[in-house]
Design a protein around this ligand. Structure first.
Ligand SMILES: Cc1cc2nc3c(=O)[nH]c(=O)nc-3n(C[C@H](O)[C@H](O)[C@H](O)COP(=O)(O)O)c2cc1C
Length: 401
């Protein structure tokens, strides 16, 4: 959930500031881009050099950059850049200043001008934390929508023991992930996706397959995960790693395996996307041992496999959205529209092998999406990751309605 998230990390003057270096590292490890703002007091605890080196970006702590030249740092731009402003550690002083709406430091001015959500991880001695002033400040901030990451209990720098130490960096990163997930538009929605080819055995070592790389289905899984959905990915044999954050990942070989896995998980899904290139037919009598050269039949008898998209279309409830893919070599639009109707799908995504850079094995695709209501949306050739975003954005309108 932190992939590509822009987190502005505010550090204030607590002894816990040394943990901010680990926190910056942890947020980056989970995919976030981190920039740092420090209060003047924080600089007494940890150097900007450390944070700048770890994040790869200069650290901000002053309004002016070069007093002689009159150059200054734009606190408004920083506030606008961030997806979230996380102040960790947040001192009692900074919490109080935030409540007052003070703007007499660079960090506080960023707080006032940021449009993104603000989150604080308080850190202080236990008596400072339990003081009614601090507690009132925290509840005022919470009422204003500021996220509060509760401090943890344990030995404190003062020598006392109790609640007040800043939450551990890993716990803060977990909190941020959960928070982004809960705030995401598809939070709590289940999305079932099939991807890749299937292999239909001829004998113990030979199979009938196809050229599907699985890239489109995997890109879709990633796009849905980014929007907070619980993604169940059923994949045929491909050379790809399961996307980070996938809820359930099932690896299958044959069309029958994929059908069984897809049907077992269909109930309770909000969206089901059939992006796999499932074999339409399989050898009728595969051998369970390797056939010798001389034993290979002149012709292989085939029988049809079960149709996942049609089964989903037939069994879907009014709240479920079913999406199919059509890969055509010619006459694409007519085939896609006919598939939409025959399979009782809500959307068909058409790509044709006739388009250069589109279809199997490529990193790019050019698609047209046909909707049940007759609408269609044509997109330019772009990366499969961008195509996945286009598909998800088009689906969102229906899913969220
Ligand atoms: C060694 C030392 C440790 C401190 N630790 C904390 C702390 O954990 N929490 C806190 O609220 N203040 C702490 N303070 C006090 C703050 O540094 C002080 O209130 C400062 O004005 C905070 O400014 P800032 O919020 O702008 O960073 C500490 C001070 C010292 C000297």
């Amino acid at each position: 959930m932190l992939e590509n998230k822009r987190i502005l990390l505010g550090i204030t003057g607590s002894i816990a500031a040394y943990k901010s270096a680990l926190l910056a590292r942890e947020l980056q490890r989970r995919g976030a881009e981190v920039r740092v703002v420090m209060s003047q007091a924080a600089i007494d605890f940890i150097t900007p050099l450390t944070l700048a080196t770890l994040t790869g970006h200069r650290v901000y702590s002053d309004f002016t950059e070069n007093k002689d030249q009159g150059t200054w740092t734009n606190h408004v731009d920083l506030g606008l850049w961030a997806d979230a402003f996380l102040i960790a550690p947040a001192t009692a002083q900074t919490l109080s200043s935030m409540v007052q709406g003070s703007g007499d430091s660079f960090l506080l001015a960023v707080h006032l001008s940021s449009r993104c959500p603000v989150i604080v991880a308080p850190a202080m001695d236990l008596d400072m934390f339990t003081h009614p002033a601090t507690q009132e400040n925290l509840s005022t901030l919470a009422q204003r929508g500021v996220g509060i990451i509760e401090p943890e209990s344990g030995p404190l720098a003062s020598g006392l023991d109790g609640k007040g130490r800043m939450a551990e960096p890993e716990h803060i990163a977990d909190w941020m992930e959960k928070w982004f997930r809960d705030a995401a538009p598809l939070s709590g929605r289940r999305v079932l996706i099939t991807a890749g080819p299937t292999h239909e055995p001829i004998d113990a070592v030979r199979f009938i397959g196809n050229r599907s790389s699985g890239k489109m289905g995997y890109a879709l899984a990633e796009a849905f995960i980014q929007l907070g959905a619980d993604v169940l990915l059923i994949s045929g044999p491909v050379q790809l790693n399961p996307p980070a954050g996938v809820h359930e990942f099932v690896k299958v070989e044959t069309a029958q395996d994929m059908y069984d896995a897809a049907m077992a998980r269909f109930e309770g899904c909000d969206v089901a996307v059939a992006a796999a290139a499932v074999a339409d037919a399989r050898p009728t009598t595969p051998s369970d041992r390797k056939l010798h050269k001389g034993e290979l039949p002149a012709a292989i008898a085939l029988e049809p496999t079960l149709d996942i998209l049609a089964a989903w279309g037939k069994n879907k409830t009014p709240t479920q959205t079913v999406v199919g893919f059509a890969l055509e070599t010619d006459n694409g639009e007519a085939s896609a529209k006919s598939k939409l109707e025959r399979k009782q799908a809500d959307f068909i995504v058409l790509n044709t092998t006739a388009d250069e850079g589109a279809g199997f094995g490529t990193d790019t695709n050019r698609i047209t999406i046909f909707e049940k209501n007759g609408d269609s949306h044509k997109f330019e050739l772009k990366s499969k990751a961008k195509v996945a975003e286009d598909i998800v954005t088009t689906l969102l309108k229906r899913i969220l309605s």
